[in-house]
Design a protein around this ligand. Structure first.
Ligand code: SF4
Length: 299
């Protein structure tokens, strides 16, 4: 049974895990917790200090020091360590189905009470080399159950087309799967609750490249808070924590660019976004992204 920690304890533990990641330490092992060390009544300070004795840490320094391998803000150590139904399932179609079933008619965060019509899980090629991750569904997405189908979605389609590929060749998802009311920015607790499912989707698809659309997406994927000017124009190593020991996938490279909704408001930045996409195209090369096996080349 998963351990139920209150949000304060979970945040404290997540902060400590992030701290270790900043030191280049990614692998953690859990000893059997004694009932006296982690309880509903334990303070955050107690958990942080006890986590040092709870977690055996093995150091593995990244070969690429300039790159970042981060855990998502919402991935607490206990969530990372919990086995998921799709682990060990090699077929991404089957794995995504298991993740969707596990998500169910989700009521895990307050967004389920704030007017969502439906959960917007994600769309696209489960074998994609390229994934785009936005912030959350808007009104059109909420109505249609698909990410990026409104005006911003049209612009994203044009961006994808300009890369010489098709929308159906890539996979598109969001940090949160339910529409925040009034299209507000999803709050931290909502992102922390929902994004582990996105992490599992990424781990199931195993793309070569993830493109974070906008600062909210970048911040949640990389657990970095920085202005877009600092986040863009570089690569980050990215591998969701739950599959970090999986030798069959080295992880993805992650790039950050502007959210299409921002580009609609400030079209002068389209040139900058195009530079980001060119960086992605250069890395993927002319043979990528993968096309569905039964379809011809992109037109
Ligand atoms: S946003 Fe995510 S965690 Fe929150 S209710 Fe929707 S699916 Fe569940």
């Amino acid at each position: 049974m998963p351990l139920a920690l209150n949000p304060q304890l979970r945040r404290a533990l997540a902060e400590r895990v992030r701290y270790y990641h900043e030191l280049g330490i990614y692998d953690f092992y859990q000893r059997e917790p004694s009932p006296s060390t982690v309880t509903e009544h334990t303070s955050a300070t107690d958990v942080v200090s006890s986590s040092e004795s709870q977690l055996e840490v093995r150091e593995e320094m990244s070969a690429r020091k300039s790159a970042a391998v981060q855990t998502v803000a919402g991935e607490s150590a206990f969530e990372i360590l919990q086995p998921k139904p799709e682990y060990g399932v090699a077929d991404p179609v089957a794995a995504l189905k298991l993740i969707r079933e596990d998500l169910g008619d989700c009521t895990r965060c307050k967004l389920h009470l704030q007017g969502r019509k439906q959960i917007v899980f994600g769309v696209g090629n489960p074998h994609a080399d390229l994934m785009f991750v936005g912030e959350g569904p808007g009104a059109d997405e909420d109505a249609q159950g698909e990410p990026f189908v409104g005006r911003a979605g049209q612009l994203l389609n044009n961006m994808i087309k300009a890369m010489g590929i098709r929308r159906e060749d890539v996979y598109i998802a969001n940090i949160v799967k339910c529409r925040p009311p009034g299209n507000r920015t999803p709050e931290r607790d909502e992102c922390e609750t929902c994004s582990p499912f996105l992490m599992r989707q990424i781990a199931a698809i195993k793309p070569k490249v993830v493109v974070a659309l906008g600062a909210v997406s970048a911040k949640n994927l990389l657990a970095i808070s920085a202005p877009m000017s600092e986040l863009r124009g570089r690569w980050y190593d990215f591998k969701p924590a739950g599959v970090r020991g999986d030798p069959s996938w080295p992880g993805a490279r992650l790039a950050v660019t502007y959210h299409p909704a921002f580009l609609l408001r400030d079209p002068r930045q389209k040139g900058e976004a195009w530079k980001d996409l060119q960086m992605v195209m250069k890395y993927l090369g002319p043979e990528s992204p993968k096309k569905p096996a039964d379809e011809g080349p992109a037109t």
